[in-house]
Design a protein around this ligand. Structure first.
Ligand code: SAH
Length: 257
């Protein structure tokens, strides 16, 4: 099987985890876009309860927390990410308000109508956009907000190579208009959607990986699985470079009706 025809899901979890825990971000994004999304969220106060789902090591969470009152519970499947997340919260002096816990987004440990806001950057694809917004809705109070980023198509007709890649990696990828309609059908008012600038994916996500890849290849010289994984990451970055006009990351902000 060539690296190109393999899927990220076929690589060893611990390998993926080690690779990404050495990076500041585990997904595309930027402090600027986190703050831009926050501008649409109204009415939070010191008593607000916020969930941050699929937080990784939490670089965006710290930005969000510094500009948001309330208690934030951040959830990720991987204990290593959560350990780094909590160290990160301490370094930012946020440990009284920001707590990382290990758990699954498929069964988040929140109760009915407990939350004022659900935040999730670059992670909802793990459950699927539509399933995520439907299943998480019950945890929100009426009038509560959801703010998530997800990969979306920008064009209705795409070259075969990129279509095949995404259909395999994330069959749920869809147009912004379809996502907005899914939000409306699931009981949210669409407050805003905006496209993340290219640098969120290039400078902030792919570029930092270049040094990480060299480091990894050196550390695991001769390890075929590592080489395949690094080649897979490089392939993904090349595809973005070639086809970025067809897809990108989008912030979706909704309010529970
Ligand atoms: N929000 C972070 C991480 C994005 S990467 C950032 O933008 O930097 C996606 C994250 O989702 C990873 O940290 C991964 O561990 C987490 N994840 C994957 N499946 C999950 C699940 N079922 N439940 C909770 N987290 C999950």
């Amino acid at each position: 099987m060539s690296t190109e025809s393999k899927s990220i899901h076929e690589f060893d979890f611990s390998l993926i985890c080690e690779y990404f825990s050495g990076l500041e971000r585990q997904g595309p994004g930027s402090p600027e876009t986190t703050l831009q999304a926050l501008k649409y969220i109204k009415g939070l106060n010191k008593k607000s309860r916020i969930a941050d789902i699929g937080c990784g090591t939490g670089s965006h969470t710290m930005v969000m927390a510094k500009h948001t009152p309330g208690q934030i519970t951040s959830l990720d499947l991987f204990p290593d990410f959560i350990q780094r997340f909590n160290d990160n919260a301490k370094q930012h002096g946020l440990e009284q308000r920001v707590r990382g816990i290990t758990g699954s987004m498929e069964e988040p440990p929140f109760t009915t109508e407990e939350l004022d806001m659900i935040w999730s950057e670059g992670a909802i694809y793990n459950i699927g956009f539509e399933q995520g917004i439907i299943e998480w809705r019950k945890f929100l109070k009426p009038g509560g907000y959801i703010a998530v980023t997800d990969a979306s198509w920008f064009t209705t007709s795409r070259p075969r190579e990129i279509e095949d890649f995404w259909v395999k990696e994330y069959p749920g990828i869809d147009l912004i208009s379809v996502r907005a309609s899914q939000m409306e059908k699931s009981g949210y008012k669409v407050v805003a959607t905006f496209i993340l600038p290219d640098y969120c994916w290039t400078d902030n996500y792919y570029v930092p990986q270049i040094a990480r890849q060299e480091e990894f290849l050196k550390k695991y010289a001769g390890n075929k699985a590592v080489l395949e994984f690094v080649n897979w990451q490089r392939h993904e970055a090349k595809l973005y470079d070639k086809y970025r006009k067809h897809y990108g990351y989008v912030f979706f902000i909704g309010k529970k009706l």
